[in-house]
Design a protein around this ligand. Structure first.
Ligand SMILES: Cc1ncc(COP(=O)(O)O)c(C=O)c1O
Length: 373
């Protein structure tokens, strides 16, 4: 199979994904698990990840309507919540494809209720409370307006109520604890009115799963840790997860560059001695950020080698040194392990001045995904 595809590819280990989910379930039990597979499953390929993990998950979380519809069209039957904001014209599609809606304002909630009535179906909603993210959702201090409105909507099933942490992966958890306290206050509405809680109260992303177990409630929503990557450097690693993605290519060209002959666009790098360089057919068009130019490393023949000169759209150059070994066809590891050496998504994030989330979600769809298990 490897020969029939572009030598540049992402390899996803489905066993590791399953192991990671198992470890998260064990940590969060008895809470249910919503697997977050938006943005092409953090670059891992949404469809295959969904097929592989859905049988072991209680819920699926995606960001936009189209992701939910795609999963339904591919035969995924697991409940799916679309986490993002919605527009009125989209509501009938949600109901048609049996996708749970995020109700993030009283107005939206009423629109969903009316659409469901017209379609003669019940819509499943999760109320979105803003406890300190200042993104979508009703502020915690006016949440009762949404909760009361939901009680009056006859065409809705208020299955869930949720919020989202801004800082659960930080070393200092003061803000996360403040958000949690606000969420608990919002939930007090139900016992105060002698009402049962909605079946699914949820707020915990990866950071909270790792270091704020009191935030588990009925369901947790792991994203990045499902893929074996921790949400920050400082987060406590209380669950062991394994990176499930590696990014590989092959040397496409070898040459010796003479001393003081600059390499690539802008001529920002040159060697002061004759040096062996190889071209790797990966560039920012594949999602290997240009910001990493002259910062990053790859592994060739088990040795870390520096990438030199500007990263181009489709190619980049790696310096093997005056007598380093490497030649056409050699495997190049961009993320992953070879021999004793390893390069992580966190390494790339540091070189690019970003976070591993952005590294993973930006690996372009033109890079084929290969699945192993
Ligand atoms: C609403 C919501 N829940 C859960 C997650 C998963 O977060 P993480 O990848 O940090 O676990 C995200 C990701 O951005 C999100 O937006």
């Amino acid at each position: 199979m490897q020969n029939t595809i572009r030598p540049t590819h992402v390899e996803v280990n489905l066993n590791y994904l399953c192991e990671n989910l198992k470890a998260i379930k064990a940590k969060a039990a008895p809470a249910k698990v919503m697997i977050i597979i938006k943005a092409n499953a953090y670059g891992h390929g949404m469809e295959t990840v969904a097929h592989h993990l859905a049988p072991h998950a209680d819920y699926i979380g995606v960001a936009v309507l189209e992701e939910g519809i795609l999963l339904r069209k591919k035969g995924i039957k697991t409940p799916i919540l679309v986490l993002g904001g919605i527009w009125e014209e989209q509501i009938p599609e949600f109901i048609k494809y049996n996708l749970s809606l995020t109700a993030s304002s009283v107005e939206r909630l009423r629109q969903i209720d009316r659409a469901a009535e017209m379609l003669g179906k019940k819509a499943i909603v999760h109320l979105k409370i803003d406890t300190g993210m200042e993104r979508i959702g009703v502020h915690y201090y006016t949440a009762h307006t949404l909760q009361e409105a939901a009680l009056g909507c006859e065409n809705l099933i208020t299955e869930g109520i949720y919020s989202h942490f801004a800082n659960s992966d930080a070393e200092n958890l003061d803000h996360a604890r403040l958000q949690l306290a606000r969420f608990n206050e919002v939930l007090d509405f139900y016992p105060k009115h002698s009402l049962p809680f909605p079946a699914l109260r949820h707020i915990a992303n990866s950071g909270a799963i790792l270091q704020l177990p009191e935030a588990n409630f009925d369901m947790v929503r792991p994203g990045i840790m499902l893929y074996g990557v921790y949400p920050s450097d400082e987060v406590k690693r209380t669950v062991k997860v394994i990176p499930s993605l590696s990014w590989r290519s092959k040397v496409v060209y070898f040459k010796v560059t003479k001393a003081n002959h600059p390499v690539s666009y802008g001529s920002i790098w040159q060697s002061d001695q004759n040096t062996r360089v190889v071209t790797v057919p990966v560039g920012y068009g594949d999602g290997y950020f240009r910001a990493m130019s002259n910062q990053g490393e790859v592994i060739i023949r088990g040795i870390k080698r520096p990438q030199v000169g500007r990263i181009c759209m489709d190619q980049m150059v790696v310096n093997l040194g005056a007598d380093g070994s490497g030649y056409n066809g050699d495997e190049v590891i961009l993320i992953g392990q070879q021999g004793e050496e390893r390069i992580t998504a966190e390494n790339l994030a540091r070189w690019a001045g970003t976070i591993p989330y952005e590294i993973l979600t930006n690996i372009n769809t033109r890079v084929p995904r290969v699945y192993i298990s």
